[in-house]
Design a protein around this ligand. Structure first.
Ligand SMILES: NC(=O)c1ccc[n+]([C@@H]2O[C@H](COP(=O)([O-])OP(=O)(O)OC[C@H]3O[C@@H](n4cnc5c(N)ncnc54)[C@H](OP(=O)(O)O)[C@@H]3O)[C@@H](O)[C@H]2O)c1
Length: 474
């Protein structure tokens, strides 16, 4: 569970992990390297992996592909990888899969969907038929965001999942929650009570939350055309960071497992509850952007899809009333960076900040003013800092290692629950309805130049100076 201090090893129960979409980007770039690290560093030996994809006809070609695409030692792990080639729509797939599961061991089966969401329905059919011919002692399913595309859509997805799996067998993955700094938001507030006390409207001028990406849509053109920045990042990563920062956190009682579990459950309930207190800003404060060459890249000359969204959110609670939470995410920005900044009321607000950086480095900085050298009583901005790698070495597990580890041991702490997802969609549905009603269109913005700072310094109800003025996408 998230609050353990030392690494600990996986219990020895035979697990068969079945990956749908195992030839894709996410599996090869993130999931397989995480499995490899768990296998070699955390003694996760009692596993068999079944990989499904279409690209390769033969198992040996697939194994070679894995060998080449992710670096490091993995011969022993590769021997435990079995591959099924074929389309999910193919009626033969379930019987191939159940035969392989029976051979591999069916004590505990874990399905992992790393697929475009449009394929979830076929994947669920495949799983249902497969499960009807095997009898695992335990089963689980993990699936990647986006979880539907609206509250209603999510409810339908949940209904379909619950036809096959019980609530406690469903794991919705938001890998941001596997990052040490994101988990540290809980520790930072629970175990440093003075920080928790600083975070309220009496001391905080504003909060800034950014997920800024340098890359464009790349190969995910179709996916992005159906999704956009609001549904891709704001609905999940940004709202997770927002709620973790803003919730009331009681002191942590880490010695007592039962108390600790109660505490962690209260965190996820508090996060979901906070979503009901969100107030959206007036339409003048909502900015949508589209990077200049997006339409060319996706081959849609009239696309209205936003690749950047910036808006302040507010909370109706007594603790945060009136404090703007400036939320920003965008593609093709100047740098890849994710962080939260709490700006305190001060004569020098830019020099009185708590900055929690998630990318590129996991670190925390407190910006204060200190006496400058010399005879006079003058001050200069300075940073008090902590970095994960500086303090703990390079041992922090990658987000996907933590997520898969927790999935294997069945720890739900870092998986968003269905109440959170449903309420997050409700906020997003309302935002989208304002955007549609008011006819807010994305404005073109220059590539590789915008930074989050640019937005932080705009007035809250902008908007004469935003990029792309008079250049909305027609
Ligand atoms: N990539 C990321 O960094 C990232 C991060 C967070 C979440 N996600 C989510 O993870 C999921 C997968 O993303 P991805 O980037 O890995 O996508 P991707 O590279 O496009 O991979 C899609 C996978 O689905 C398989 N597939 C497609 N159609 C199929 C069919 N009809 N039958 C069987 N298999 C089929 C593909 O197999 P073939 O290629 O062999 O045909 C491939 O393995 C998405 O839900 C995405 O939103 C991705």
């Amino acid at each position: 569970m998230a609050l353990q201090h030392e690494p600990y090893f996986l219990e020895c129960k035979m697990k068969t992990l079945i990956f749908f979409g195992a030839t894709g980007n996410l599996f090869t770039r993130k999931i397989f390297p995480a499995l490899s690290s768990l296998f070699y560093h955390y003694e996760m030996k009692d596993v068999t992996l079944i990989a499904l994809g279409r690209r390769f006809a033969k198992e040996e070609d697939y194994r070679r592909f894995l060998q080449e695409t992710s670096p490091g030692e993995k011969t022993e792990l590769l021997e435990r990888v079995f591959y099924i080639s074929g389309d999910l729509e193919n009626p033969e797939t379930p019987s191939q899969l159940s035969q392989l599961i029976s051979k591999a061991g069916e004590e505990e089966v874990i399905f992992y969907l790393s697929l475009p969401p449009s394929l979830y329905k076929s994947a669920l059919n495949t799983m249902e038929v497969t499960l009807s011919s095997i009898s695992p002692v335990e089963k689980k399913i993990a699936l990647e965001k986006p979880f539907g595309s609206s509250e209603k859509d999510f409810e339908e997805l949940e209904k379909a999942l619950k036809k096959i799996f019980r609530e406690e067998e469903i794991f919705y993955v938001d890998h941001y929650l596997g990052k040490a700094t994101v988990q540290n938001l809980i520790i930072l507030k629970a175990e440093n009570l003075f920080i928790e006390k600083l975070l309220s409207r009496s001391l905080v001028k504003e909060v800034r939350i950014a997920v800024s990406e340098k890359e464009g849509v790349g190969e995910r053109k179709k996916f992005y055309e159906e999704t956009g920045a609001i549904k891709d990042i704001l609905q999940n990563h940004l709202l997770q960071l927002f709620t973790l920062l803003a919730i009331d956190i009681p002191p942590l009682c880490e010695e007592d497992r039962k108390e600790c579990q109660k505490f962690l459950e209260s965190v996820s309930q508090a996060k979901s509850q906070l979503l009901t207190q969100i107030q959206l800003p007036p339409q003048e404060a909502i900015y949508l952007g589209q990077y200049e060459h997006y339409r060319e890249e996706v081959g849609k000359p009239h696309s209205q899809v936003e690749t950047l969204v910036y808006l302040p959110l507010y909370l109706s609670s007594n603790r945060w009333q009136g404090v703007p939470f400036r939320m920003l995410t965008g593609k093709k920005m100047a740098e890849r960076e994710s962080y939260i900044e709490v700006v305190f009321h001060s004569h020098f607000p830019e020099d009185n900040r708590l900055r929690i950086e998630i990318q590129p480095e996991e670190r925390i900085d407190l910006l204060i003013r200190a006496k400058a050298p010399g005879m006079g009583l003058y001050s200069s901005p300075v940073r008090l800092n902590f970095s994960y790698s500086g303090s703990f070495g390079a041992n922090t597990p990658e987000a996907y290692e933590k997520i898969i580890y927790d999935l294997l041991v069945g720890d739900r702490t870092l998986f968003p629950d269905s109440t959170f997802i449903r309420r997050a969609w409700r906020v997003i549905d309302q935002l989208i309805s304002i955007i549609q009603k008011e006819g807010i269109k994305p404005r073109l913005y220059p590539e590789d130049t915008l930074t989050p700072e640019y937005f932080w310094h705009l007035p809250l109800q902008y908007n004469s100076s935003l990029p792309g003025e008079n250049q909305t996408v027609s």
